[in-house]
Design a protein around this ligand. Sequence first.
Ligand code: BG6
Length: 511
Amino acid sequence: MVSHRPDPCVLVVLGATGDLARKKLFPALARLAARGLLPAGFTVAAVARRPWTQESFRQEVVRAVQEAGGTEGNDIRWQHLLTRITYLQTDIRDPQGYARLRSLLAELEERGRTGGNSAFYLALAPEFFGPVVRNLRQHGLASGNGPGWRRVVIEKPFGWDLESARQLNRELVEVFPERDIYRIDHYLGKEMIQNIMVIRFANAFFEPVWNSRWIDHVQISSLETGGIENRGGYYERAGALRDMLQNHMLQLVSMIAMEPPTSLATADIREEKVKVLRSLQLLTEENIRKNAVRGQYGEGFFPEGKVPGYRQEKAVAPHSATETFVALKLHIDNFRWAGVPFYLRTGKRLARRYTEIAVQFKALPQVLYFKEYGELSPNLLVIRIQPQEGVFLRLNAKRPGTDNFIVPIKLDFCQNCEIGVNSPEAYERLLLDVMRGDPTLFTGWEEVEYAWRFVDPLAAAWARAVPSFPNYPAGTWGPEDAGWLMRRDGRQWAEAGYGPEPPAASPAAEA
Ligand code: BG6
């Protein structure tokens, strides 16, 4: 769908003093404002429990935006947006508060001439999603009440398993129809993830070889150096499987593996992604034992110093069995991918931070270029998602000189290496899409459903067996078994990623 300008609207942020609002939402809004991308009349109703005054809340927002790196644009526009943020102190569990929210909305709609358009951003713990939407309905704030559109934006986790996700979805669709529900998976807002479809379907040379005949395997790594910060309570329950694999990682699988959609309409793209998720080979007890690895970090060292183990983090049980690392080999049972393994791995407190998708092609028969010409490396396409954004292709070529030696060469496109080319943050794009009414980069219900269907047996099997944790020191590449998962198949993880070392932060980027 071609992007159009966002509609005038009020954005209601519920949970406006929480981490997500501070770290992501307000900084993204400030940057959008500074670039002049917000619609005329746009206003924000910020709802939370803390006793801030209008002034002190706005100062908090300014601090949050500065901490997140500022706006890189016209600060006057951003200052103007600041005057259009209204703080409403209320407890979201208190029904009275919704009556006040309703009058505030009426006032803001009048002031901004927003035509009744409102988006409710639930930047809240998941247990509040159901009760909040029920309250919105009871106070006439849901879809179908009055002129304009009403949309709800839901952060992950969308449920803890298939059953709880279904229950949550039932509660949501009673109040907002599917077309008005925007389930965030912020990975879909990342620049290079949006690029996956373009790379695949707008270039002649990938699609013909994008299948089991030519591809040896796909590996997807999303590695973090950070720990769990202050999210012990949430993470204890989620673990890496629910926090990263059920959503971000399986979304990447679906985009790499999907068939070309009939059109770029949301429904057509979702249909193809769902087909992939439906075709995931379900994990049996036996292949969980063979093909799934979990890990938890113990204390360890980074160049910046020593860090505690997971079990020593705040709000974590001293004998916690929660995994902070997952590696998994999966198969997609369809015509295109039969027999091609997809290796996924994600974890916290690892040696380097990067997210990459590497597609390794099959080796060619060695009938012309034998060993004496050098080792032929398999062709490789790497889509680098972060911190570098780019595309990397490994080919074989003749080494310059008087012999016929073959060496691997790299075609390396780095989108964000040049100073000044800064991709928008995922949340900038996603917030705009909510206001534009384009849910393509959000997760449809069926995607969530099939992803849980795949993950549930693994979560259940792991819950039954006590792991021996910790099994990797912070600052390393994860548990030894994850390496074995690959080596056993005669393959290996691209340990340090395929990208160049991260460029040193430029003074311009810091300014
Ligand atoms: C979030 C997870 O969805 O993604 C976090 O809850 C994780 O645990 C984060 O750190 C990673 O996002 P990014 O954009 O830093 O790769």
